[in-house]
Design a binder for this molecule. Structure first.
Ligand code: GAL
Length: 417
């Protein structure tokens, strides 16, 4: 029985049981609308409904969540935020400062969150020492997805270094395949940029550049090298990439049109939804040159203050459910991520997830664990936006100067601090 059918059995059994007296409604804002990600979101909806509550889906399409955040701001400004919203990283602090977030301390205490979660994660989920958000998963951003059949046809070797990556791209191109499936959207351009940065700079300088915003690293020769690599990589992207969604790019690798995709492991949600098996139908490789490093992207649901007691109960039940092992398993097996509970039994997860968990723990111990800039974990949304602008302008101009781009990067970051 797979996770979904186990879940529907649980749900149909629940339908026979009396509903709890305190049934409320939770409205949840997220951007998990691709086929695979929707399956993951549905697991949460079912578990919440299972407890007698009703789920109001507030899904706003658009990879990376920019559109969702715009809609959330409008709703919050009009005094009508949803019960829960996917808000991540340092942004949680910005919402906390507005005084809009609800305190989850009681749920956290009753369910031992302090013991379950890594300390770095706890810090992000709290505002002023109070829990205001609950983490759902850990995504890894520095992955390369390949179609082994296409590689075999092209005589290409799965790459472990940047040089090998470009050599593989060349072989794929020569054999008539699209070397790299990419979607030309700012957040996708910056996802690629950040993986190159992690490879070229290494985790320490990555941290200095994107967390400490250290000008000397932002303008360094290594950063110029990152932009130069991005320019070279751009040469392996097709002319129709502009505006393409990430899941359409995944589909191109899946159907054998393209050989590779650089994307976080939500890409795996599409492979899983299509019934493809990790290690045979597709392979997940740490992005070449970033073995030992782990750029993390933790999805989390921040909770807004509510006045209705039943809805508040539903909100607390949602928060509690998210960290229960059952949800952590169902959701993450569909979403492509790994559980945020470090004690989770990983035996029913696939090879990519098992590798991710091992790598996460090793990177946490070695200093290789770094927050993703492209996915809002490293710096404020203002810094993230400034980086997106510089990277995407550079990406779209094949003649752009890498040296100048590094200067522009530092200046753009400086301007929003
Ligand atoms: C990320 C988010 C992931 C996934 C991805 C593509 O920002 O954390 O969960 O949805 O965007 O939209």
């Amino acid at each position: 029985m797979n996770a979904i059918s186990r879940l529907s059995t649980a749900v149909s059994l629940a339908a026979l049981m009396p509903l709890t007296a305190l049934a409320g409604e939770v409205e949840v804002l997220h951007w998990w609308t691709s086929g695979g990600e929707k399956r993951a979101a549905d697991t949460l909806q079912k578990l919440v409904e299972d407890q007698g509550h009703s789920w109001k889906d507030f899904a706003v399409a658009g990879g990376g969540g920019e559109a969702a955040m715009t809609v959330l701001k409008t709703r919050a400004v009009s005094g009508n935020p949803p019960a829960a919203a996917q808000i991540k990283g340092p942004d949680i602090q910005e919402w906390g400062e507005l005084g809009l977030l609800a305190d989850l301390n009681q749920v956290a205490e009753q369910n031992g969150w302090n013991e379950l979660l890594p300390p770095q994660v706890i810090e992000v989920m709290q505002f002023g020492g109070d829990y205001v958000a609950v983490p759902v998963n850990v995504h890894r951003v520095n992955w390369l997805w390949i179609n082994p059949e296409v590689f075999a046809k092209a005589g290409a070797t799965p790459p472990t270094t940047l040089d090998e990556f470009f050599a593989a791209a060349e072989k794929l191109k020569a054999a008539g395949f699209m070397p790299l499936a990419h979607g030309g959207q700012p957040w996708q351009d910056s996802t690629v940029f950040e993986d190159l940065a992690l490879a070229v700079l290494g985790p320490d300088d990555f941290h200095k550049a994107f967390v400490e915003l250290d000008e000397s690293v932002l303008t360094s020769a290594k950063m110029v090298e990152v932009f130069a690599a991005l320019q070279k990589l751009r040469g392996y992207v097709d002319a129709n990439a502009a505006g393409r969604d990430w899941n359409s790019a995944t589909a191109m690798v899946m159907n054998g049109k393209a050989g590779m995709q650089i994307m976080g492991d939500w890409a795996k949600s599409e492979w899983s939804a299509a019934g493809k098996v990790a290690g045979s139908d597709y392979e997940c490789l740490p992005f070449p040159g970033t073995q030992g490093s782990f750029a993390y992207n933790i999805d989390s649901l921040a909770m807004f203050k509510l006045s209705d007691a039943d809805n508040r109960k539903a909100q607390e039940d949602l928060a509690r459910t998210v960290l229960e092992p059952e949800f952590q398993q169902f959701f993450n097996q569909n979403k492509g991520s790994i559980p945020v509970r470090m004690d989770q039994d990983m035996s029913s997860f696939d090879a990519c997830a098992q590798k991710s968990m091992v790598d996460f723990k090793a990177a946490a111990a070695s200093g290789g664990l770094q927050p993703s800039l492209a996915h809002g974990m490293a710096a404020s949304s203002y810094v993230q936006g400034a980086v997106f602008d510089v990277v995407t302008n550079f990406f779209n101009d094949p003649k752009a100067d890498p040296q100048k781009a590094a200067q522009q990067l530092a200046a753009a970051i400086q301007a929003v601090q």
